[in-house]
Design a protein around this ligand. Structure first.
Ligand SMILES: O=P(O)(O)OC[C@H]1O[C@H](OP(=O)(O)OP(=O)(O)O)[C@H](O)[C@@H]1O
Ligand SMILES: O=c1cc[nH]c(=O)[nH]1
Ligand SMILES: [Mg+2]
Length: 210
């Protein structure tokens, strides 16, 4: 079982995260670093995936070799910033099914506004990994998991890059069955709901929209 909260302290992850936090890191570098970190975080969040065996032939003999049941995995990206994490994991597990939940956070109320939802079928039979780089108030991730559960999802994990204590508490209260994997647990949220020290607005930094 994954713990309720896993902070991935691997030096490669921490080094790349520091580069991403720096305000002068370019959009191109930010995106590249997020792709690289997503490969490393994927390693952690995919622990305990359902395994099967397949009959293969080595140069010496036949064997039943372990293999991931890729089709049993659903990845759900919370648009738009989630796509930065999604791409790396898909490189590692190309057979995974992919869903999207479009949410943006109202800057005044900090409540998520939904504008899109397309999820894979038969979620009840899959491990579902929800990805979004930022867990701030936790309102967006809690809403995304609500949606996934309403469509049958049961075995769900949440992968992010930065978490605030407020967001972890919100997820723990709303979805205690959903383990969280993150690269860092930051100090707090500021008055505008931004993670401090954080890295700013992940979507804007990924796509150069500000
Ligand atoms: O935990 P919360 O307080 O809900 O905040 C986190 C959300 O805010 C960001 O999305 P944003 O609303 O900026 O949308 P974007 O990805 O389109 O930029 C981020 O990618 C999360 O989805
Ligand atoms: O710090 C934050 C909080 C929410 N969304 C972001 O992109 N950054
Ligand atoms: Mg944003």
């Amino acid at each position: 079982m994954l713990d309720h909260l896993t902070v991935v302290t691997h030096p490669l992850v921490q080094h790349k995260l520091t580069l991403m936090r720096e305000k002068d890191t370019s959009t191109a570098s930010f995106r590249q670093l997020l792709r690289e970190i997503s490969l490393l975080l994927a390693y952690e969040v995919t622990r305990e995936l359902p395994m099967t065996t397949k009959r293969i032939e080595t140069p010496l003999c036949e064997m039943d070799a372990p293999a991931i049941e890729g089709k049993k995995l659903a990845l759900v990206s919370i648009l738009r910033a989630g796509n930065g994490l999604l791409d790396g994991i898909l490189e590692l597990i190309p057979a995974a099914r992919v869903g999207f939940v479009g949410l943006y956070r109202d800057p005044e109320t900090l409540q998520p506004v939904q504008y899109y939802c397309k999820l894979p079928e038969q979620l009840e039979d899959r491990v579902t990994i929800v990805v979004d780089p930022m867990l701030a108030t936790g309102n967006s991730s809690a809403a995304a998991v609500d949606l996934i559960k309403s469509k049958g999802g049961r075995n769900i994990r949440f992968l992010c890059l930065l978490a605030a204590p407020e967001g972890v508490a919100r997820m723990q209260a709303a979805h205690p069955d959903v383990p969280i994997v993150t690269a860092a647990l930051d100090s707090h949220l500021n008055d505008h709901g931004y993670i401090v020290p954080g890295l700013g607005d992940a979507g804007d930094r990924m796509f150069g929209t500000k």
